[in-house]
Design a protein around this ligand. Structure first.
Ligand SMILES: Nc1nc2c(ncn2[C@@H]2O[C@H](COP(=O)(O)OP(=O)(O)OP(=O)(O)O)[C@@H](O)[C@H]2O)c(=O)[nH]1
Ligand SMILES: [Mg+2]
Length: 344
């Protein structure tokens, strides 16, 4: 899974990239090509499990992050084509008045995505009509027409509901208007306190219309927080009336926008979060850990994080009968703690 940070120049993309990756990965200098890094998804549950099991290693969920330089035109489209979701950084800390310079970035991006998708749908329809290529299946053409009709009516494909037989075709086209986009206004310190910032009304309206998650942060304040020793961070945040850093909120919003959930494995060697798509079976989830676990899967012993937290220990969960035995087709839930029994 890949997330791209996009936005106009000098809006705080690289600042956010550095904060999210804590400088792991190579960040480009001004004008340099795109930077790539790995972001850890903060998770209070992993922290708590780590306190309980005191493992040698604690591993959070990780997602690849790309700091994307171009912000318009074909170069921009090429750079974001393979991203699974985008975080659109809006430089509201420097904007004046209604912040229209920043808010117009949302319109520009929507417009570019719309036109690009329409062009690929029309291009494909033309090639099919002229028999230059064979359809992927009997319903490809009706599927494309449905896409075209929606786009012609100004509806992004994200908002169209596709039947399962139509949805199959989606993966053959890297449609832009399908991508989840998170709006991330980068606001000044004062705005973080007053909750008001240039362009707020417009951005709020866009978020609602487009169904975009909206996460406000301040690059400046986040950098200060990151420079503090861990124990002082929470009290500093509370001075702004916040419980969690913006970086952490953006990381979690991206995870959710991708339809990802975590299950956990625990032990004295390692406490670890594993990333799966919502709707993954126990057997497929076991395969994330190791292919042997998928091949030789017998059953999974599962307890939810919430139950473990309530009981206080694995032993207490066992005594209370909170540890369930689940078969290969069990759909893993967010926060499940799994032990896989297998035989190879
Ligand atoms: N005052 C203020 N300055 C910020 C904030 N976030 C970033 N900056 C400054 O804005 C400038 C640009 O930040 P970058 O993170 O490099 O922005 P960018 O979007 O990566 O810029 P380009 O890569 O050149 O497009 C830097 O000088 C930052 O220190 C903020 O929240 N408040
Ligand atoms: Mg940059």
């Amino acid at each position: 899974m890949k997330i791209g940070l996009v936005g106009r120049p000098q809006t705080g993309k690289t600042t956010l990239f550095r904060l999210l990756t804590q400088s792991r990965g190579d960040s480009p200098g001004k004008g340099a090509s795109s930077g790539v890094g790995v972001m850890e998804v903060p998770d209070e549950r992993i922290r708590w499990l780590s306190d309980l099991f005191k493992p040698e290693k604690t591993i959070y969920a990780r997602i690849d992050l790309h700091d994307i330089q171009p912000y318009k035109g074909q170069e921009f489209l090429n750079a974001v084509r393979n991203m699974d979701a985008l975080v659109l950084v809006l430089g509201c800390f420097m904007a004046q008045g209604d912040g229209s310079d920043q808010t117009s970035m949302i319109d520009d991006l929507e417009m570019e995505f719309h036109i690009a998708d329409l062009a690929s749908v029309e291009g494909r329809l033309e090639r099919l009509a002229s028999k230059k290529t064979k359809p992927l299946g009997p319903s490809e053409e009706p599927f494309l027409k449905k896409c075209k009709d929606s786009l012609d009516a100004g509806i992004p494909l994200r908002k169209v509901s596709f039947e399962p037989h139509e949805a199959e075709y989606l993966s053959n086209f890297a449609f832009f208007t399908l991508k989840p986009v998170i709006l991330a206004p980068n606001v000044s310190e004062e705005s973080l306190v007053s909750k008001d910032y240039p362009g707020k009304d417009y951005i709020g309206q866009k978020a609602e219309e487009g169904g975009y998650p909206l996460v406000i942060f301040s690059g400046e304040v986040e950098e200060e927080i990151a420079s503090l020793p861990e124990p002082e961070r929470l009290s500093f945040l509370r001075e702004y009336g916040l419980e969690e850093t913006g970086v952490s909120r953006i990381a979690r919003a991206s995870y959710a926008a991708l339809g990802l959930i975590s299950f956990f494995t625990v032990g004295s060697d390692e406490v670890r979060a594993w990333t799966i798509k919502d709707g993954t079976t126990a057997r497929a989830a076991a395969g994330k850990i190791h292919t042997d676990l998928e091949k030789g899967f017998i059953r999974a012993e599962v307890v939810s994080y919430r139950d473990l937290r309530e009981c206080g220990s694995m032993k207490a969960c066992r005594d209370k009968g909170q540890i369930r035995l689940e078969g290969k087709d069990y759909l893993v839930k967010d926060g499940d703690i799994m032990t896989v029994r297998f035989n190879v």
